[in-house]
Design a protein around this ligand. Structure first.
Ligand code: DC
Length: 335
């Protein structure tokens, strides 16, 4: 079937570098969201506002790696009040999938009704990112995906199989039979493994530690990232985790790296576990947080790190309401 994917982006300035960067960003995002392969493209039609003189956007498309696609590019008439430095495109593609249109930067404001947007929240355990993400998604009326819950579910699958030593060799076969679903009940994420709701079980401290170890395995990460990207491609969403801004959604519209001191994070996790009825000591919780920090930050595959374009937010002295208000304000400024 022939489908038409629409996209637009604004450039920062009329320079060849800025035009190249805008076109590349748009092409990358369209490709990623639509699983686009050049061989499936019938043609790419481009237009730009007539304040762009430094480089043909079509040339930038070629330079972005679309060497063979048939291109047509034209300048638009001058319209009063038009968004300046705007590049639009329509890509005709042979595909069985519904088109996912992409409007980025200031061009996101052109089609608020159609635009999907994504927010990446990364940070260490107990930084408050999950609580903030959940509340943020509710206020923005978009989906919240807790990716940590998915690694925790993998840990349960491995523990149930009797594994204690998590290696690629012994975990990889288990992933073939992984029957994991993320569903939503009244807006709340539930994690379902083999038909069983394990949403509460995954919060047990021994599962946290097992999740930290199992999430270091490449086979596990590949499988989880694929599932996360699929979920995120279908609707506007907030994802929280360790590698959202770096690996899962490198083109997320807004990226944040949320952190807090170890002391504060341990106190929050301790209070949370106590409220849930777990009999734990503060020192043990703190030690485990430090150990998980170390595992998450030093593993070779997708270690916890801030994406270069993620904004750093230290929540040590902030309430959840303050964090959510700050995130919301920054997101609304951007999209
Ligand atoms: O956020 P959390 O504590 O529920 O995550 C559980 C474990 O999974 C944690 O040790 C880090 C890991 N994780 C990850 O590696 N990548 C993610 N995107 C999310 C979690």
């Amino acid at each position: 079937m022939l489908i038409a994917i629409r996209g637009a982006i604004s450039a920062e300035a009329d320079t060849p570098e800025e035009i190249r960067s805008a076109v590349r960003e748009l092409m990358d995002e369209i490709s990623q969201r639509n699983h686009l392969l050049e061989k499936d493209i019938v043609c790419i039609l481009l237009s730009n506002t007539n304040d762009i003189h430094s480089l043909y956007p079509a040339k930038a498309v070629r330079e972005a790696g679309f060497a063979r696609a048939a291109l047509f590019s034209s300048a638009e008439p001058e319209i009063v009040g038009a968004l300046p430095l705007c590049i639009r495109m329509m890509i005709l593609v042979e595909s069985a999938e519904a088109p996912k249109h992409v409007y980025l930067r200031k061009a996101a404001g052109l089609r608020k009704d159609r635009v999907l947007f994504s927010v990446a929240l990364d940070g260490p355990s107990g930084s408050g990112k999950s609580t903030a993400a959940k509340q943020l998604a509710k206020e923005l009326d978009i989906l919240y995906l807790d990716t940590g819950a998915m690694y925790r579910a993998c840990a349960i699958q491995a523990l149930r199989a009797g594994l204690h030593d998590f290696t690629e060799e012994n975990v990889s076969p288990l992933l073939k039979n992984l029957n994991l679903h993320v569903v939503y009940e009244n807006g709340a994420q539930r994690t379902i493994l083999d038909g069983e709701d394990i949403s509460e079980m995954i919060r047990q401290p021994e599962v946290s530690m097992a999740a930290s170890h199992i999430s270091a395995l490449r086979c596990v990460r590949e499988k989880m990232v694929e599932m996360q990207r699929k979920i995120a491609s279908e609707c506007s969403c907030v994802l929280d985790g360790r590698d959202i801004g770096t690996i899962v959604l490198p083109h997320a519209d807004c990226k944040f790296f949320i952190t807090a001191s170890v002391e504060v994070r341990a106190r929050r996790r301790f209070d949370e576990l106590k409220t849930k009825g777990f009999d734990v000591s503060f020192d043990v919780v703190k030690r485990e947080i430090e150990e998980r920090d170390h595992n998450d930050a030093t593993r070779t595959v997708s270690p916890l790190r801030r994406a270069e374009d993620a904004e750093w937010i230290d929540t040590s002295d902030m309430s959840v309401e303050q964090v959510v208000a700050l995130l919301k304000q920054k997101i609304q400024e951007k999209i």
